[in-house]
Design a protein around this ligand. Structure first.
Ligand code: B12
Ligand code: SF4
Length: 531
Protein backbone atom coordinates (compact mmCIF):
# COMPACT_ATOMS: atom_id res chain seq x y z
CA UNK A 1 0.00 0.00 0.00
CA UNK A 2 1.48 3.44 -0.85
CA UNK A 3 2.17 5.34 2.33
CA UNK A 4 2.95 8.84 3.59
CA UNK A 5 5.30 9.81 6.42
CA UNK A 6 3.45 12.28 8.67
CA UNK A 7 6.04 14.01 10.85
CA UNK A 8 5.22 16.30 13.76
CA UNK A 9 5.34 16.88 17.49
CA UNK A 10 3.55 14.19 19.46
CA UNK A 11 3.73 15.79 22.90
CA UNK A 12 0.17 14.61 23.18
CA UNK A 13 -1.69 12.73 20.43
CA UNK A 14 -1.18 15.08 17.48
CA UNK A 15 -4.73 15.51 16.22
CA UNK A 16 -3.64 17.47 13.16
CA UNK A 17 -1.66 14.50 11.84
CA UNK A 18 -4.09 11.92 13.15
CA UNK A 19 -7.02 13.47 11.26
CA UNK A 20 -4.87 13.38 8.11
CA UNK A 21 -3.91 9.73 8.80
CA UNK A 22 -7.52 8.58 9.10
CA UNK A 23 -8.50 10.51 6.01
CA UNK A 24 -5.68 8.82 4.08
CA UNK A 25 -6.67 5.42 5.41
CA UNK A 26 -10.26 5.92 4.29
CA UNK A 27 -8.92 6.62 0.77
CA UNK A 28 -6.72 3.53 0.75
CA UNK A 29 -3.35 5.05 1.67
CA UNK A 30 -1.12 4.00 4.54
CA UNK A 31 0.76 6.37 6.84
CA UNK A 32 3.35 6.40 9.58
CA UNK A 33 3.09 9.01 12.32
CA UNK A 34 6.66 9.98 13.16
CA UNK A 35 7.21 11.90 16.37
CA UNK A 36 9.63 14.84 16.17
CA UNK A 37 9.30 16.53 19.54
CA UNK A 38 12.67 18.22 19.87
CA UNK A 39 15.77 19.00 17.86
CA UNK A 40 17.54 15.88 19.16
CA UNK A 41 14.87 13.63 17.59
CA UNK A 42 16.05 14.53 14.07
CA UNK A 43 18.24 11.46 13.43
CA UNK A 44 15.52 9.08 14.65
CA UNK A 45 12.88 10.83 12.51
CA UNK A 46 15.19 10.65 9.50
CA UNK A 47 15.75 6.92 10.01
CA UNK A 48 12.05 6.25 10.45
CA UNK A 49 11.41 7.86 7.06
CA UNK A 50 14.33 6.36 5.16
CA UNK A 51 14.68 2.88 6.68
CA UNK A 52 11.56 1.17 5.22
CA UNK A 53 12.26 -0.78 2.02
CA UNK A 54 9.30 0.91 0.32
CA UNK A 55 9.96 4.68 0.41
CA UNK A 56 7.05 6.95 1.30
CA UNK A 57 5.00 8.45 -1.52
CA UNK A 58 5.46 11.78 0.26
CA UNK A 59 6.86 13.17 3.47
CA UNK A 60 4.46 15.60 5.15
CA UNK A 61 6.01 17.90 7.75
CA UNK A 62 4.07 19.69 10.46
CA UNK A 63 4.69 23.44 10.35
CA UNK A 64 2.02 24.27 12.91
CA UNK A 65 4.43 25.71 15.47
CA UNK A 66 6.48 28.63 14.25
CA UNK A 67 9.15 28.14 16.90
CA UNK A 68 9.83 24.60 15.61
CA UNK A 69 9.95 25.60 11.93
CA UNK A 70 13.76 25.50 11.70
CA UNK A 71 13.84 21.96 13.11
CA UNK A 72 11.41 20.74 10.46
CA UNK A 73 13.17 22.60 7.67
CA UNK A 74 16.44 21.05 8.85
CA UNK A 75 14.77 17.65 8.51
CA UNK A 76 13.75 18.49 4.91
CA UNK A 77 17.37 19.44 4.16
CA UNK A 78 18.69 16.27 5.80
CA UNK A 79 16.27 14.14 3.78
CA UNK A 80 17.57 15.60 0.54
CA UNK A 81 21.18 15.21 1.68
CA UNK A 82 20.51 11.54 2.38
CA UNK A 83 19.15 11.15 -1.14
CA UNK A 84 15.40 11.17 -0.62
CA UNK A 85 13.97 12.32 -3.95
CA UNK A 86 10.25 11.85 -3.26
CA UNK A 87 7.74 14.62 -2.62
CA UNK A 88 8.11 16.76 0.52
CA UNK A 89 5.08 18.75 1.59
CA UNK A 90 4.18 20.56 4.79
CA UNK A 91 1.15 22.15 6.45
CA UNK A 92 -0.25 23.70 9.60
CA UNK A 93 -0.71 27.22 10.93
CA UNK A 94 2.73 28.67 10.39
CA UNK A 95 3.22 26.87 7.07
CA UNK A 96 -0.08 28.18 5.75
CA UNK A 97 0.63 31.81 6.56
CA UNK A 98 4.26 31.68 5.45
CA UNK A 99 3.73 29.44 2.37
CA UNK A 100 5.11 31.89 -0.16
CA UNK A 101 8.29 32.69 1.76
CA UNK A 102 8.93 29.04 2.64
CA UNK A 103 8.61 27.81 -0.94
CA UNK A 104 10.71 30.74 -2.13
CA UNK A 105 13.55 30.02 0.31
CA UNK A 106 13.50 26.23 0.71
CA UNK A 107 13.77 24.26 -2.55
CA UNK A 108 13.74 21.10 -0.41
CA UNK A 109 9.96 21.64 -0.03
CA UNK A 110 7.89 20.71 -3.09
CA UNK A 111 4.54 21.99 -1.86
CA UNK A 112 2.59 23.32 1.10
CA UNK A 113 -0.93 22.27 2.10
CA UNK A 114 -2.72 25.40 3.22
CA UNK A 115 -5.41 25.25 5.92
CA UNK A 116 -7.44 22.18 6.91
CA UNK A 117 -6.06 19.42 4.75
CA UNK A 118 -8.02 16.19 5.18
CA UNK A 119 -9.21 16.32 1.56
CA UNK A 120 -6.11 17.96 0.10
CA UNK A 121 -3.67 15.38 1.47
CA UNK A 122 -5.72 12.59 -0.14
CA UNK A 123 -5.88 14.41 -3.48
CA UNK A 124 -2.14 15.07 -3.32
CA UNK A 125 -1.42 11.42 -2.53
CA UNK A 126 -3.62 10.26 -5.46
CA UNK A 127 -1.99 12.69 -7.88
CA UNK A 128 1.52 11.64 -6.82
CA UNK A 129 0.64 7.95 -7.08
CA UNK A 130 -0.92 8.40 -10.54
CA UNK A 131 1.73 10.79 -11.85
CA UNK A 132 -0.86 13.55 -12.30
CA UNK A 133 -0.19 17.30 -12.04
CA UNK A 134 -0.67 18.81 -8.60
CA UNK A 135 -0.44 22.56 -9.22
CA UNK A 136 -4.20 23.14 -9.42
CA UNK A 137 -5.23 21.17 -6.35
CA UNK A 138 -7.32 23.65 -4.31
CA UNK A 139 -5.44 24.74 -1.20
CA UNK A 140 -2.01 23.71 -2.49
CA UNK A 141 0.94 26.06 -2.76
CA UNK A 142 3.54 24.81 -5.21
CA UNK A 143 5.84 26.03 -7.96
CA UNK A 144 5.32 26.83 -11.65
CA UNK A 145 7.61 25.24 -14.26
CA UNK A 146 10.03 28.16 -13.95
CA UNK A 147 10.15 27.74 -10.19
CA UNK A 148 8.03 30.72 -9.11
CA UNK A 149 5.69 30.06 -6.20
CA UNK A 150 2.10 29.39 -7.29
CA UNK A 151 -0.91 29.46 -4.97
CA UNK A 152 -3.97 27.48 -6.05
CA UNK A 153 -7.24 29.00 -4.74
CA UNK A 154 -8.19 27.96 -1.21
CA UNK A 155 -10.76 25.24 -0.69
CA UNK A 156 -13.74 25.57 1.62
CA UNK A 157 -13.21 24.02 5.05
CA UNK A 158 -14.46 20.42 5.39
CA UNK A 159 -17.82 19.52 6.87
CA UNK A 160 -16.84 18.37 10.38
CA UNK A 161 -19.72 15.87 10.51
CA UNK A 162 -18.26 13.92 7.60
CA UNK A 163 -14.66 13.59 8.79
CA UNK A 164 -13.21 10.23 9.79
CA UNK A 165 -12.31 10.24 13.50
CA UNK A 166 -8.62 10.76 14.20
CA UNK A 167 -6.33 7.75 14.09
CA UNK A 168 -5.60 6.44 17.62
CA UNK A 169 -2.65 4.14 17.07
CA UNK A 170 0.27 4.03 19.50
CA UNK A 171 0.77 4.08 23.25
CA UNK A 172 -1.96 5.61 25.38
CA UNK A 173 -1.15 8.47 27.79
CA UNK A 174 -2.49 7.70 31.25
CA UNK A 175 -3.10 9.34 34.60
CA UNK A 176 -3.58 6.97 37.54
CA UNK A 177 -4.16 4.23 34.91
CA UNK A 178 -7.01 6.16 33.24
CA UNK A 179 -6.47 6.47 29.49
CA UNK A 180 -6.42 10.01 28.10
CA UNK A 181 -7.67 11.10 24.68
CA UNK A 182 -7.19 14.46 22.99
CA UNK A 183 -10.37 15.55 21.17
CA UNK A 184 -11.91 18.41 19.25
CA UNK A 185 -15.65 19.07 19.18
CA UNK A 186 -15.35 22.26 17.11
CA UNK A 187 -12.88 24.21 15.00
CA UNK A 188 -12.34 27.95 15.22
CA UNK A 189 -13.25 30.56 17.78
CA UNK A 190 -15.79 33.34 17.91
CA UNK A 191 -13.24 35.79 19.35
CA UNK A 192 -10.49 37.65 17.51
CA UNK A 193 -7.54 38.30 19.82
CA UNK A 194 -4.66 40.31 18.37
CA UNK A 195 -1.92 37.78 19.21
CA UNK A 196 -3.72 34.72 17.81
CA UNK A 197 -3.94 33.46 14.21
CA UNK A 198 -7.12 31.43 14.65
CA UNK A 199 -9.59 34.14 13.58
CA UNK A 200 -7.60 34.99 10.43
CA UNK A 201 -7.16 31.29 9.70
CA UNK A 202 -10.88 30.49 9.69
CA UNK A 203 -11.90 33.80 8.11
CA UNK A 204 -9.88 32.86 5.02
CA UNK A 205 -11.64 29.55 4.35
CA UNK A 206 -15.04 30.18 5.95
CA UNK A 207 -15.62 33.94 5.54
CA UNK A 208 -18.00 35.32 8.15
CA UNK A 209 -18.15 31.95 9.94
CA UNK A 210 -15.08 31.51 12.06
CA UNK A 211 -16.49 28.81 14.29
CA UNK A 212 -17.77 25.36 13.22
CA UNK A 213 -19.26 22.72 15.49
CA UNK A 214 -19.30 18.94 15.27
CA UNK A 215 -22.74 17.43 15.88
CA UNK A 216 -22.98 16.29 19.52
CA UNK A 217 -24.08 12.80 18.47
CA UNK A 218 -20.84 12.40 16.49
CA UNK A 219 -18.73 13.66 19.42
CA UNK A 220 -20.55 11.31 21.82
CA UNK A 221 -20.11 8.36 19.43
CA UNK A 222 -16.36 9.02 19.26
CA UNK A 223 -16.03 9.35 23.04
CA UNK A 224 -18.02 6.15 23.64
CA UNK A 225 -15.89 4.32 21.07
CA UNK A 226 -12.71 5.58 22.73
CA UNK A 227 -13.89 4.45 26.13
CA UNK A 228 -15.19 1.08 25.02
CA UNK A 229 -12.51 0.11 22.51
CA UNK A 230 -9.46 2.10 23.62
CA UNK A 231 -9.84 2.38 27.39
CA UNK A 232 -9.94 6.20 27.48
CA UNK A 233 -11.75 7.83 30.39
CA UNK A 234 -10.29 11.36 30.30
CA UNK A 235 -11.08 13.58 27.33
CA UNK A 236 -8.94 16.67 26.79
CA UNK A 237 -10.85 18.98 24.47
CA UNK A 238 -8.41 21.04 22.41
CA UNK A 239 -11.19 23.21 21.00
CA UNK A 240 -9.86 26.76 21.00
CA UNK A 241 -12.92 27.56 23.01
CA UNK A 242 -15.38 24.88 24.06
CA UNK A 243 -18.17 27.44 24.52
CA UNK A 244 -20.56 29.47 22.40
CA UNK A 245 -20.87 33.26 22.61
CA UNK A 246 -24.21 33.08 24.48
CA UNK A 247 -24.36 31.10 27.75
CA UNK A 248 -27.85 29.83 26.88
CA UNK A 249 -26.45 28.23 23.70
CA UNK A 250 -23.54 26.73 25.64
CA UNK A 251 -25.96 25.24 28.14
CA UNK A 252 -28.07 23.76 25.38
CA UNK A 253 -25.01 22.12 23.78
CA UNK A 254 -23.71 20.80 27.11
CA UNK A 255 -27.15 19.39 27.85
CA UNK A 256 -27.38 17.71 24.44
CA UNK A 257 -23.86 16.26 24.71
CA UNK A 258 -24.49 15.01 28.26
CA UNK A 259 -27.74 13.39 27.13
CA UNK A 260 -26.03 11.70 24.18
CA UNK A 261 -23.19 10.48 26.42
CA UNK A 262 -25.61 9.26 29.07
CA UNK A 263 -27.02 6.84 26.52
CA UNK A 264 -23.57 5.62 25.44
CA UNK A 265 -20.88 5.71 28.13
CA UNK A 266 -20.37 2.53 30.11
CA UNK A 267 -18.49 4.05 33.07
CA UNK A 268 -17.55 7.46 34.50
CA UNK A 269 -15.57 9.83 32.31
CA UNK A 270 -13.90 13.19 32.88
CA UNK A 271 -13.32 16.19 30.62
CA UNK A 272 -10.89 19.10 30.36
CA UNK A 273 -11.82 22.25 28.44
CA UNK A 274 -10.63 25.76 27.54
CA UNK A 275 -12.76 28.84 28.12
CA UNK A 276 -12.68 32.59 27.82
CA UNK A 277 -13.53 34.46 31.04
CA UNK A 278 -16.74 35.80 29.50
CA UNK A 279 -17.92 32.20 28.92
CA UNK A 280 -17.91 31.48 32.63
CA UNK A 281 -21.26 31.57 34.39
CA UNK A 282 -22.24 29.58 37.43
CA UNK A 283 -24.92 27.70 35.52
CA UNK A 284 -22.72 26.77 32.56
CA UNK A 285 -19.86 25.47 34.70
CA UNK A 286 -22.09 23.71 37.17
CA UNK A 287 -23.45 21.83 34.16
CA UNK A 288 -19.89 21.17 32.95
CA UNK A 289 -18.91 19.80 36.35
CA UNK A 290 -22.03 17.79 37.09
CA UNK A 291 -23.02 16.58 33.65
CA UNK A 292 -19.79 16.41 31.65
CA UNK A 293 -17.36 15.50 34.43
CA UNK A 294 -15.22 18.60 33.92
CA UNK A 295 -12.12 18.33 36.13
CA UNK A 296 -9.94 21.08 34.70
CA UNK A 297 -10.51 24.41 32.96
CA UNK A 298 -7.79 26.29 31.07
CA UNK A 299 -9.02 29.81 31.53
CA UNK A 300 -7.78 32.30 28.94
CA UNK A 301 -6.87 35.12 31.28
CA UNK A 302 -3.74 36.24 29.41
CA UNK A 303 -3.64 39.68 31.08
CA UNK A 304 -5.47 41.51 33.85
CA UNK A 305 -4.54 45.13 33.09
CA UNK A 306 -6.67 47.46 30.98
CA UNK A 307 -3.61 48.21 28.82
CA UNK A 308 -2.75 44.53 28.27
CA UNK A 309 -6.33 43.51 27.55
CA UNK A 310 -6.55 46.28 24.99
CA UNK A 311 -3.20 45.49 23.32
CA UNK A 312 -4.17 41.83 23.08
CA UNK A 313 -7.73 42.76 21.94
CA UNK A 314 -9.17 40.30 24.43
CA UNK A 315 -12.58 42.00 24.50
CA UNK A 316 -13.02 41.19 28.17
CA UNK A 317 -12.24 43.39 31.16
CA UNK A 318 -10.50 42.72 34.42
CA UNK A 319 -13.77 42.35 36.32
CA UNK A 320 -14.69 39.44 34.02
CA UNK A 321 -11.32 37.77 34.74
CA UNK A 322 -11.93 38.09 38.47
CA UNK A 323 -15.57 37.00 38.27
CA UNK A 324 -14.62 33.91 36.24
CA UNK A 325 -11.93 32.89 38.75
CA UNK A 326 -14.42 33.41 41.56
CA UNK A 327 -17.18 31.32 39.95
CA UNK A 328 -14.82 28.45 39.10
CA UNK A 329 -13.40 28.61 42.63
CA UNK A 330 -16.90 28.55 44.16
CA UNK A 331 -17.70 25.46 42.12
CA UNK A 332 -14.52 23.78 43.35
CA UNK A 333 -13.23 23.43 39.80
CA UNK A 334 -9.53 23.18 39.08
CA UNK A 335 -8.53 26.14 36.92
CA UNK A 336 -5.16 27.02 35.44
CA UNK A 337 -4.16 29.98 33.30
CA UNK A 338 -1.39 31.77 31.46
CA UNK A 339 -0.39 35.44 31.79
CA UNK A 340 1.23 37.36 28.95
CA UNK A 341 2.70 39.90 31.34
CA UNK A 342 5.03 41.38 28.71
CA UNK A 343 3.64 42.80 25.49
CA UNK A 344 4.74 45.62 23.17
CA UNK A 345 3.01 48.27 25.29
CA UNK A 346 3.51 46.98 28.87
CA UNK A 347 3.86 49.73 31.46
CA UNK A 348 5.05 49.71 35.05
CA UNK A 349 1.41 49.89 36.18
CA UNK A 350 0.18 47.09 33.92
CA UNK A 351 2.99 44.80 35.05
CA UNK A 352 2.11 45.49 38.68
CA UNK A 353 -1.56 44.74 37.97
CA UNK A 354 -0.60 41.31 36.65
CA UNK A 355 1.65 40.60 39.61
CA UNK A 356 -1.27 41.38 41.89
CA UNK A 357 -3.42 38.92 39.88
CA UNK A 358 -0.75 36.21 40.31
CA UNK A 359 -0.77 36.73 44.06
CA UNK A 360 -4.53 36.87 44.39
CA UNK A 361 -5.18 33.72 42.35
CA UNK A 362 -1.88 31.93 42.98
CA UNK A 363 -3.66 28.87 44.41
CA UNK A 364 -4.21 27.94 40.77
CA UNK A 365 -1.18 26.83 38.78
CA UNK A 366 -0.18 29.28 36.05
CA UNK A 367 2.68 30.27 33.81
CA UNK A 368 3.73 33.66 32.48
CA UNK A 369 5.79 35.10 29.65
CA UNK A 370 5.89 37.54 26.76
CA UNK A 371 3.45 37.68 23.86
CA UNK A 372 5.14 36.45 20.67
CA UNK A 373 4.53 37.61 17.12
CA UNK A 374 3.08 34.72 15.12
CA UNK A 375 2.39 34.63 11.40
CA UNK A 376 -1.18 35.57 10.52
CA UNK A 377 -1.85 37.62 13.64
CA UNK A 378 -3.11 41.22 13.78
CA UNK A 379 -0.39 41.98 16.34
CA UNK A 380 2.38 41.04 13.89
CA UNK A 381 0.72 43.20 11.26
CA UNK A 382 0.60 46.12 13.68
CA UNK A 383 4.23 45.75 14.75
CA UNK A 384 5.33 45.51 11.13
CA UNK A 385 3.40 48.65 10.23
CA UNK A 386 5.10 50.41 13.16
CA UNK A 387 8.52 49.20 11.98
CA UNK A 388 9.15 47.46 15.30
CA UNK A 389 9.90 43.88 14.17
CA UNK A 390 13.41 42.46 14.15
CA UNK A 391 14.44 39.20 12.50
CA UNK A 392 12.50 37.57 9.69
CA UNK A 393 9.37 35.52 9.03
CA UNK A 394 10.97 32.44 10.63
CA UNK A 395 11.08 34.19 14.01
CA UNK A 396 10.16 37.78 14.74
CA UNK A 397 11.52 39.60 17.77
CA UNK A 398 10.72 43.05 19.16
CA UNK A 399 11.66 45.45 21.91
CA UNK A 400 9.02 46.58 24.39
CA UNK A 401 8.24 50.28 23.99
CA UNK A 402 9.19 51.19 27.57
CA UNK A 403 13.01 50.71 27.98
CA UNK A 404 12.67 50.06 31.71
CA UNK A 405 10.15 47.30 31.04
CA UNK A 406 12.30 45.89 28.23
CA UNK A 407 15.14 45.62 30.73
CA UNK A 408 12.77 43.98 33.23
CA UNK A 409 11.73 41.49 30.55
CA UNK A 410 15.31 40.57 29.63
CA UNK A 411 16.31 40.03 33.24
CA UNK A 412 13.11 38.10 33.92
CA UNK A 413 13.85 35.73 31.03
CA UNK A 414 17.36 35.09 32.40
CA UNK A 415 16.08 34.45 35.91
CA UNK A 416 12.84 32.57 35.14
CA UNK A 417 13.78 30.44 32.12
CA UNK A 418 14.25 27.20 34.09
CA UNK A 419 11.03 27.76 36.05
CA UNK A 420 8.78 28.70 33.13
CA UNK A 421 10.16 27.40 29.84
CA UNK A 422 12.77 24.65 30.22
CA UNK A 423 11.85 21.01 29.68
CA UNK A 424 9.98 19.93 32.85
CA UNK A 425 9.61 23.57 33.96
CA UNK A 426 8.10 23.61 37.43
CA UNK A 427 5.35 26.09 36.50
CA UNK A 428 3.99 23.52 34.03
CA UNK A 429 4.81 20.55 36.25
CA UNK A 430 2.56 21.88 39.04
CA UNK A 431 -0.36 21.85 36.60
CA UNK A 432 0.29 18.12 36.25
CA UNK A 433 0.63 17.57 40.00
CA UNK A 434 -2.74 19.19 40.62
CA UNK A 435 -4.20 17.14 37.76
CA UNK A 436 -3.14 13.89 39.44
CA UNK A 437 -4.90 15.03 42.62
CA UNK A 438 -8.04 15.98 40.68
CA UNK A 439 -8.12 12.69 38.79
CA UNK A 440 -7.91 10.87 42.11
CA UNK A 441 -10.66 13.09 43.59
CA UNK A 442 -12.94 12.37 40.61
CA UNK A 443 -12.33 8.69 39.90
CA UNK A 444 -11.20 7.39 43.31
CA UNK A 445 -13.10 9.25 46.03
CA UNK A 446 -12.46 6.34 48.42
CA UNK A 447 -8.68 6.85 48.13
CA UNK A 448 -8.76 10.65 48.01
CA UNK A 449 -7.58 12.72 50.99
CA UNK A 450 -8.67 16.42 51.18
CA UNK A 451 -5.26 17.47 52.51
CA UNK A 452 -3.75 16.59 49.11
CA UNK A 453 -5.82 19.31 47.50
CA UNK A 454 -4.66 21.76 50.20
CA UNK A 455 -1.05 20.75 49.53
CA UNK A 456 -1.44 21.13 45.72
CA UNK A 457 -2.87 24.62 46.26
CA UNK A 458 -0.14 25.49 48.75
CA UNK A 459 2.56 24.48 46.28
CA UNK A 460 1.07 26.70 43.57
CA UNK A 461 0.69 29.56 46.07
CA UNK A 462 4.29 29.30 47.17
CA UNK A 463 5.57 29.38 43.61
CA UNK A 464 3.21 32.25 42.71
CA UNK A 465 4.36 34.40 45.64
CA UNK A 466 7.97 33.66 44.90
CA UNK A 467 7.51 34.51 41.20
CA UNK A 468 5.69 37.77 41.92
CA UNK A 469 8.32 38.79 44.50
CA UNK A 470 11.14 37.93 42.09
CA UNK A 471 9.55 39.93 39.28
CA UNK A 472 9.05 42.92 41.61
CA UNK A 473 12.70 42.75 42.63
CA UNK A 474 13.70 42.76 38.96
CA UNK A 475 11.34 45.66 38.17
CA UNK A 476 12.86 47.70 41.04
CA UNK A 477 16.35 46.89 39.86
CA UNK A 478 15.49 47.86 36.26
CA UNK A 479 14.68 51.37 37.49
CA UNK A 480 18.23 51.78 38.84
CA UNK A 481 21.11 52.91 36.61
CA UNK A 482 23.26 49.76 37.26
CA UNK A 483 25.20 48.41 34.23
CA UNK A 484 26.11 44.91 32.99
CA UNK A 485 28.05 43.71 36.09
CA UNK A 486 25.18 44.70 38.38
CA UNK A 487 22.69 42.89 36.12
CA UNK A 488 24.84 39.75 36.10
CA UNK A 489 25.07 39.89 39.89
CA UNK A 490 21.28 40.21 40.17
CA UNK A 491 20.71 37.25 37.83
CA UNK A 492 23.17 35.13 39.81
CA UNK A 493 21.75 36.09 43.19
CA UNK A 494 18.03 36.05 42.40
CA UNK A 495 18.44 33.07 40.07
CA UNK A 496 20.03 31.12 42.94
CA UNK A 497 17.17 31.95 45.27
CA UNK A 498 14.54 31.03 42.66
CA UNK A 499 16.25 27.66 42.05
CA UNK A 500 16.22 26.93 45.80
CA UNK A 501 12.47 27.58 46.02
CA UNK A 502 11.93 25.41 42.95
CA UNK A 503 13.95 22.55 44.42
CA UNK A 504 11.89 22.59 47.60
CA UNK A 505 8.52 22.90 45.80
CA UNK A 506 9.50 20.18 43.31
CA UNK A 507 10.40 17.81 46.15
CA UNK A 508 7.01 18.34 47.76
CA UNK A 509 5.22 17.97 44.39
CA UNK A 510 6.97 14.67 43.80
CA UNK A 511 6.04 13.43 47.28
CA UNK A 512 2.42 14.46 46.73
CA UNK A 513 2.17 12.71 43.36
CA UNK A 514 3.71 9.57 44.86
CA UNK A 515 1.33 9.58 47.82
CA UNK A 516 -1.69 9.82 45.48
CA UNK A 517 -0.39 7.11 43.17
CA UNK A 518 0.41 4.72 46.02
CA UNK A 519 -2.94 5.25 47.66
CA UNK A 520 -4.83 4.55 44.42
CA UNK A 521 -2.68 1.49 43.69
CA UNK A 522 -3.25 0.09 47.19
CA UNK A 523 -7.03 0.57 46.87
CA UNK A 524 -7.07 -1.01 43.41
CA UNK A 525 -5.12 -4.01 44.66
CA UNK A 526 -7.41 -4.34 47.68
CA UNK A 527 -10.37 -4.11 45.29
CA UNK A 528 -8.95 -6.93 43.17
CA UNK A 529 -8.30 -9.13 46.21
CA UNK A 530 -11.85 -8.79 47.53
CA UNK A 531 -13.64 -9.25 44.20
C1 B12 B 1 -3.32 20.97 20.85
C2 B12 B 1 -2.46 22.20 20.81
C3 B12 B 1 -1.25 22.13 21.48
C4 B12 B 1 -0.73 20.90 22.19
C5 B12 B 1 0.21 20.14 21.22
C6 B12 B 1 -0.20 18.73 20.99
C7 B12 B 1 0.78 18.03 20.06
N1 B12 B 1 0.77 18.29 18.79
O1 B12 B 1 1.56 17.27 20.50
C8 B12 B 1 0.07 21.53 23.35
C9 B12 B 1 -0.88 21.82 24.49
C10 B12 B 1 1.24 20.70 23.87
C11 B12 B 1 0.46 22.84 22.67
C12 B12 B 1 1.55 23.59 23.05
C13 B12 B 1 1.91 24.77 22.42
N2 B12 B 1 1.18 25.47 21.53
CO1 B12 B 1 -0.44 24.82 20.74
N3 B12 B 1 -2.10 24.42 20.02
C14 B12 B 1 -2.86 23.38 20.10
C15 B12 B 1 -4.21 23.71 19.45
C16 B12 B 1 -5.12 24.26 20.52
C17 B12 B 1 -4.95 22.60 18.76
C18 B12 B 1 -4.19 21.85 17.66
C19 B12 B 1 -5.06 20.76 17.14
O2 B12 B 1 -4.87 19.61 17.45
N4 B12 B 1 -6.07 21.12 16.33
C20 B12 B 1 -6.99 20.20 15.73
C21 B12 B 1 -6.51 19.84 14.31
C22 B12 B 1 -7.41 18.84 13.66
O3 B12 B 1 -6.54 21.05 13.56
P1 B12 B 1 -5.21 21.72 13.02
O4 B12 B 1 -4.13 21.62 13.99
O5 B12 B 1 -5.57 23.04 12.51
O6 B12 B 1 -4.79 20.77 11.79
C23 B12 B 1 -5.32 20.91 10.49
C24 B12 B 1 -4.58 21.95 9.64
O7 B12 B 1 -3.88 22.90 10.38
C25 B12 B 1 -3.69 21.17 8.76
N5 B12 B 1 -2.40 20.73 9.28
C26 B12 B 1 -1.92 20.81 10.52
N6 B12 B 1 -0.73 20.24 10.61
C27 B12 B 1 -0.43 19.77 9.41
C28 B12 B 1 0.68 19.08 8.95
C29 B12 B 1 0.72 18.69 7.62
C30 B12 B 1 1.89 17.91 7.13
C31 B12 B 1 -0.34 19.00 6.74
C32 B12 B 1 -0.29 18.58 5.34
C33 B12 B 1 -1.45 19.72 7.21
C34 B12 B 1 -1.49 20.07 8.54
O8 B12 B 1 -4.49 20.01 8.52
C35 B12 B 1 -5.07 19.61 9.78
C36 B12 B 1 -6.34 18.84 9.52
O9 B12 B 1 -7.29 19.64 8.91
C37 B12 B 1 -3.76 24.81 18.44
C38 B12 B 1 -4.86 25.75 18.00
C39 B12 B 1 -5.68 25.15 16.87
N7 B12 B 1 -6.92 25.47 16.82
O10 B12 B 1 -5.23 24.39 16.04
C40 B12 B 1 -2.66 25.50 19.23
C41 B12 B 1 -1.52 26.16 18.47
C42 B12 B 1 -1.09 25.26 17.35
N8 B12 B 1 -0.48 26.23 19.51
C43 B12 B 1 0.21 27.31 19.49
C44 B12 B 1 1.27 27.63 20.38
C45 B12 B 1 1.86 29.01 20.25
C46 B12 B 1 1.73 26.70 21.32
C47 B12 B 1 2.89 26.89 22.30
C48 B12 B 1 4.13 27.56 21.71
C49 B12 B 1 2.33 27.66 23.50
C50 B12 B 1 3.37 27.99 24.52
N9 B12 B 1 3.68 29.25 24.62
O11 B12 B 1 3.88 27.14 25.18
C51 B12 B 1 3.20 25.46 22.75
C52 B12 B 1 4.35 24.84 21.96
C53 B12 B 1 4.36 23.34 21.96
C54 B12 B 1 5.60 22.72 21.44
N10 B12 B 1 6.46 22.27 22.35
O12 B12 B 1 5.85 22.66 20.25
C55 B12 B 1 -0.22 28.22 18.35
C56 B12 B 1 0.74 28.12 17.16
C57 B12 B 1 1.04 29.46 16.56
C58 B12 B 1 2.23 29.37 15.65
N11 B12 B 1 2.05 29.77 14.41
O13 B12 B 1 3.29 28.96 16.05
C59 B12 B 1 -1.68 27.67 18.07
C60 B12 B 1 -2.18 27.88 16.64
C61 B12 B 1 -2.60 28.38 19.09
C62 B12 B 1 -2.90 29.81 18.81
N12 B12 B 1 -4.11 30.18 19.02
O14 B12 B 1 -2.09 30.63 18.44
N13 B12 B 1 -0.41 23.18 21.69
S1 SF4 C 1 -10.03 33.28 22.59
FE1 SF4 C 1 -8.20 32.04 22.27
S2 SF4 C 1 -8.50 30.96 20.33
FE2 SF4 C 1 -10.02 32.59 20.44
S3 SF4 C 1 -9.08 34.28 19.32
FE3 SF4 C 1 -8.59 34.58 21.49
S4 SF4 C 1 -6.63 33.52 21.82
FE4 SF4 C 1 -7.43 32.83 19.83
Amino acid sequence: MPWLALVGPEIEENLSLRYLASSLERAGFGSEIIAFNREEDLPAALDAILAPAEPPLAVALSLAFQWRALDFLALALALRERGYSGHVTAGGHFGTFAAIELLRDFPELDSLCRHESEDLIVELARALRDGQPIADLPGLAGRHGQGQVALAPLRTAPDLAGLAWPDRRGPVARCLAHGIAAMVASRGCYARCAFCCIAAWHEQTSPGKRFRLRPVEDVADEMAFLQRERGRDIFIFHDDNFFLPRPADSLERIDALAGALGRRMARPFATVVKARPNDVTHQVFRAMRDRLGCIRVFLGVENDSAQGLSTLARRVDSSQNHAAMQVLGDLGLYVCFNLLVFDPDTTVESLERNLAFMERFGDSPFNFGRVELYAGTPLLERMQSEGRCQGDYLGWDYALANPEIQRTFELAMSCFFPRNFAAHALANRLMGTRFVVEVCRFFHPEAFRPEWLCEARALSRELARDSAAGLREIARFARSPGGEPASAALVADLGGRLRRTEASVARRAFALERAVQESVEVRSTEGKVTT
